[in-house]
Design a protein around this ligand. Structure first.
Ligand code: GRF
Length: 210
């Protein structure tokens, strides 16, 4: 199947670019219906425009509450025919208004091996903790902070000559790869949800048919 995608951004948009490139290369079966930013003038919007993907800015500061902003984002995405939402560097916490409308249909890319180092500046948290391996995670968004069911992860070693910037770059390279990988799994209908013995909702990735 083809995924009808909406991508929410706030900044540079290199993860968005990875999706655009995979769609254009024909390796990811998806239609980019809309790129929506809560900030005007960001590089991510230019990337979308360069690829002829429709864009929209909804500035959260124009809304009285998080819920009112989320309700408008939901309406906008639904009107655009979006069925799956990717948070690609979107710097807003979503409320239940949003998550109930797109339950288990919102993906996030996080720059650590969750459940280690949730929240902001995860690469710095990991680096300053002194871990020797870190990485990145694509997961479904639930109502917690970076806590939803994990779809896929990549491991990145922390090298002895790394500084925070070199580590960030190597994690970002893997983010681009696994974000497209996760979307491909969804497009192939290979991501099932199940309940683990502890009662947590987790994913099960089914084998490829080929
Ligand atoms: C990435 O590190 C992502 O994991 C985090 O925000 C950053 C966004 O980068 N959530 P970009 O805008 O996709 O380049």
């Amino acid at each position: 199947m083809s995924l009808e995608l909406g991508v929410l951004v706030s900044g540079n948009g290199s993860n968005l670019q990875a999706i655009i490139d995979a769609v254009q290369a024909g390796t990811l079966h998806a239609n980019l219906r809309l790129v929506l930013s809560n900030r005007p003038g960001v590089r991510a919007l230019e990337r979308a425009e360069e690829a002829n993907v429709p864009t929209l800015v909804l500035n959260h500061r124009d809304y009285d509450s998080r819920e009112a902003f989320d309700a408008q984002v939901v309406r906008t995405l639904q009107d655009a025919g979006v069925q799956w939402v990717v948070l690609a560097g979107f710097m807003r916490v979503l409320t239940p208004v949003f998550l109930n409308a797109f339950e288990h249909r919102v993906l996030n890319i996080h720059p650590s091996l969750l459940p280690a180092f949730p929240g902001v500046d995860a690469q710095r948290q990991a680096f300053e903790y002194g871990v020797k391996w870190t990485g990145c995670t694509v997961h479904f968004v639930d109502q917690g902070v970076d806590s939803g069911p994990i779809i896929t992860q990549a491991v990145v070693p922390v090298k002895s000559d790394d500084d925070l910037d070199t580590l960030r770059v190597r994690i970002l390279e893997q983010e681009h790869r696994i974000l497209v990988e996760a979307l491909s799994l969804l497009a192939q209908d290979r991501v099932q949800l199940e309940t683990s013995p502890s009662g947590r909702t987790i994913t099960k990735i089914t084998e490829s048919e080929s």
